[in-house]
Design a protein around this ligand. Structure first.
Ligand SMILES: Cc1cc2nc3c(=O)[nH]c(=O)nc-3n(C[C@H](O)[C@H](O)[C@H](O)COP(=O)(O)OP(=O)(O)OC[C@H]3O[C@@H](n4cnc5c(N)ncnc54)[C@H](O)[C@@H]3O)c2cc1C
Length: 286
């Protein structure tokens, strides 16, 4: 199929972006890497009047590191994140997860901010952002605001981004020396969206997990933190018994939907499997 006709605007500044977004209101879409938006247009799942192509805006691109944060600009391509030595050193969870985002050709065009703004519940990066305590910077005509990742995702394809907003960057706190992360997902084929996945981060001190963050994806309408399981693990070590207790706690934390991918029981079973794998990974080098 071909997309419905639309106007195309290539903008050089955020100011121009706001002009176009205001002009077309709900009938405008921001175009970043186009890897999700263009297929949606081609299938006529979306038929906006105007595409606002933000690719020329330099301030939305790049990875920078300060004493306290790592900042990834919204327009930074997945491939650049994947190759970044700074990401590998400071955000190993992202470095690991990004290899599971689609395929190399899509990662060459798709952007970090596009994945966050799209908020597909089965996407890897939103869950990683929640596990790592990221914050998102959003710009609009009236100024800038910052939203914590765990408040940003409202539901399937629903976020704190409102009409007229542009996601500018994601900012991650720098981890301390005891910080460990682990990632696992189950998909039909490598590069497909996950059936179920788990992104985890914790401080590991003498074998004990401190403040573990265990965030599932593909199992709800947004990233889902396994808070009961995490509370039970906090301060203790990883053993067969603690893994079993964390797996059992998932019945309280997760409420998987019954859909074409599988039954709730099937997904809960996969989540238990991933919980075991990820907890062992977290303490693997202790
Ligand atoms: C075959 C295939 C497999 C894929 N598999 C996976 C996968 O396994 N995991 C995964 O996570 N993704 C997957 N994707 C999606 C891919 O990662 C996309 O790159 C990503 O979802 C969107 O990024 P984009 O830059 O292409 O955004 P676009 O397609 O340009 O935009 C997506 C949406 O976000 C909005 N948007 C984009 N940037 C901004 C911004 N800065 N501010 C405000 N709104 C913005 C757009 O208006 C649009 O609504 C797959 C895609 C394909 C085609």
């Amino acid at each position: 199929m071909k997309p419905a006709p639309f106007s195309y605007f290539r903008v050089a500044t955020l100011g121009e972006t706001f002009d176009r977004l205001e002009e077309f209101g709900q009938d405008a879409r921001i175009l970043a890497g186009g890897q999700s938006l263009v297929p949606a247009l081609a299938m006529r799942l979306s038929a906006p009047e105007a595409l606002v192509d933000i690719n020329p805006i330099g301030e939305l691109r790049g990875i920078s590191v300060t004493d306290r944060h790592i900042r990834i600009g919204a327009l930074t391509r997945h491939a650049e994140v994947e190759r970044s030595a700074e990401v590998a050193r400071h955000l190993p969870l992202i470095a690991e997860a990004i290899k599971f985002v689609a395929h190399p050709a899509i990662r060459n065009r798709g952007t970090f901010g596009g994945s966050i703004a799209l908020a597909d519940p089965a996407a890897e990066l939103p869950a990683c952002a929640c596990a790592l305590g990221a914050r998102f910077e959003i710009a609009s005509r009236t100024g800038r605001r910052v939203v914590a990742a765990d408040e940003f995702f409202h539901g399937m394809f629903e976020t704190s981004i409102e009409d007229g907003d542009v996601l500018v960057a994601a900012e991650f706190p720098r981890a301390n020396g005891n910080s460990r992360s682990a990632f696992a997902e189950l998909a039909r084929r490598h590069g497909d969206y996950a059936i179920v996945g788990l992104a985890a981060q914790a401080s590991v001190e003498r074998g004990a997990l401190i403040d573990p963050q265990l965030v599932f994806f593909g199992i709800g309408d947004r990233p889902v933190a396994a808070r009961t399981a995490a509370a039970g693990l906090n301060g203790g070590g990883v053993s067969d018994a603690s893994i079993k207790a964390a797996q059992d706690a998932l019945a309280a934390d997760l409420d998987p939907p019954n859909d074409l991918v599988g039954s709730p029981e099937f997904k809960l079973h996969l989540a238990r499997v991933l919980m075991g794998r990820v907890l062992r990974q977290l303490v693997a080098d202790q």
